[in-house]
Design a binder for this molecule. Structure first.
Ligand code: CAA
Length: 379
């Protein structure tokens, strides 16, 4: 494995680090406090070719590689995990399956839109189908010249701002996972509506909502991939999405550690900066090891994805390790800040709240362990 980033990947990191410092950091606390979708930031990320960055050049995108896509989410998430999440979902969970499974007509129609300002989302989860993703009850009936979808989806990232959704529904409930199909649904299709907006512990700038289908009419040609292959498409897409969440968790962990390093160098107690105490130093040593291990797992999963090999286990390992590291590191960062860490005067409490979701969405830590163990032991 080549451990060096390419010149292009280094340039992308530098550009995103500057963008994050100048455009994201100044509004991150306010975005969290007001739970406001960072529309201006996302508009700029469309202009700079970050939204839709993996869309191939023939469909109007920059055709960036998977490690670059992870780097972008990592850098943004150092200051604002909500922004990282919006980008990761758009790129990995909406552009991804259309690139991988779309027909030529679907790619020509939707990918240029997803590069030029239309926001994407992915709708799999239902109230009674979370970890057990195959048990959704949203149905989509073949009506000859069109489809009709009925049901609802919850916890949909980008839910109330997205224009284009990749949605999973039962086309033959008698067939279990083989009766699930994927569809491309536009927010303007008749019968589509947005339901409840979620109020969450963290990730306040990331718009999460229920979406509802009431006799929603979907054109015949919007079936994504083959009929009955929706579950495989969902799982394959989540393999990619989990690398995005690993990158998000990595960025949150790095952001929290950077804050804690600065703070402990300036905070004097018992006559010296608290960074001079061995307890503080050992905490930073362990944080540094975990962050580097998380980065290696994340980039290595992205490299495996880019090589075209099956990367299910790599993605699960990266997400599991990075998200648990982020939760631990942000908690330790709050501890190093003491009472100040528990206030909104410093960003570490927000980072700790934001880190928690990385252990839950796109497959809980428990589900990642199921996936990893299944790969180790065989089914
Ligand atoms: N890639 C492609 N196909 C896959 C796959 C993968 N990674 N994993 C499984 N499959 C296929 C299997 O090969 C099998 O296909 P065949 O029948 O053709 O052989 C089919 O899928 C069923 O496989 P399993 O029997 O293993 O499926 P299962 O029902 O036991 O579920 C699971 C496995 C790993 C638990 C899965 O349900 C899972 O990942 N659950 C977590 C769901 C999840 O991550 N949800 C996140 C929602 S999205 C989100 O959070 C984003 C947001 O916007 C907030």
């Amino acid at each position: 494995m080549d451990f060096n980033l390419t010149k292009e990947q280094e340039l992308i990191r530098k550009a995103l680090a500057e963008f994050t410092e100048e455009e994201v950091k100044p509004i991150a606390a306010e975005t969290d406090r007001t739970a406001q979708y960072p529309a201006d930031t996302i508009a700029k990320l469309f202009r700079y070719g970050v939204m839709g960055m993996c869309v191939p050049k023939e469909y109007g995108g920059p055709g960036a590689d998977d490690i670059s896509a992870a780097i972008v989410v990592e850098e943004l998430s150092k200051q604002c995990a909500s922004t990282g999440d919006i980008v990761a979902t758009h790129n990995g969970l909406c552009c991804g399956p259309i690139i991988n499974f779309g027909t030529e007509e679907q790619k020509k129609k939707y990918l240029p839109q997803l590069v030029n300002g239309k926001v994407g989302a992915f709708a799999l989860t239902e109230p009674n189908a979370g970890s057990d993703a195959s048990k959704g009850t949203t149905v989509c009936e073949d009506k000859g010249d069109h489809w009709v979808m009925n049901g609802s989806k919850i916890f949909i990232t980008n839910g109330y701002v997205a224009d284009i959704f990749v949605v999973f529904a039962m086309t033959d409930p008698s067939k279990g996972t083989k009766g699930i199909s994927a569809f491309i649904v536009e927010k303007d299709f008749p019968g589509f509506s947005v339901g409840r907006h979620e109020e969450k512990m963290g990730l306040h700038g990331s718009p999460t909502a229920e979406i509802v289908f009431e006799d929603c009419i979907i054109p015949k040609e919007n079936l994504l991939g083959r009929l009955g292959k929706g579950f495989n498409i969902a799982m394959n897409t989540l393999d990619g999405g989990r690398i995005g969440i690993a990158a998000q968790a990595l960025g949150i962990a790095e952001g929290a550690m950077n804050e804690a390093v600065e703070y402990t160098k300036g905070r004097v107690q018992f006559g010296r900066p608290i960074s001079k105490f061995q307890n503080t130093q050992f905490v930073f040593a362990d944080m540094e090891v975990a962050i580097n291990a998380a980065r290696l797992l994340t980039y290595s999963a992205a490299a495996a994805k880019g090589s075209g090999k099956r990367f299910t286990k790599d993605a699960a390992m990266a997400k599991l390790f990075a998200s648990e590291a982020a939760m631990k590191i942000t908690t330790q960062a709050v501890q190093l800040f003491g009472g100040y860490g528990y206030t909104r005067d410093y960003p570490v409490e927000r980072m700790m709240r934001d880190a928690k979701i990385t252990e839950i969405y796109e497959g809980t830590s428990e589900i990642q362990r199921v996936v990893i163990a299944g790969n180790v032991l065989g089914k």
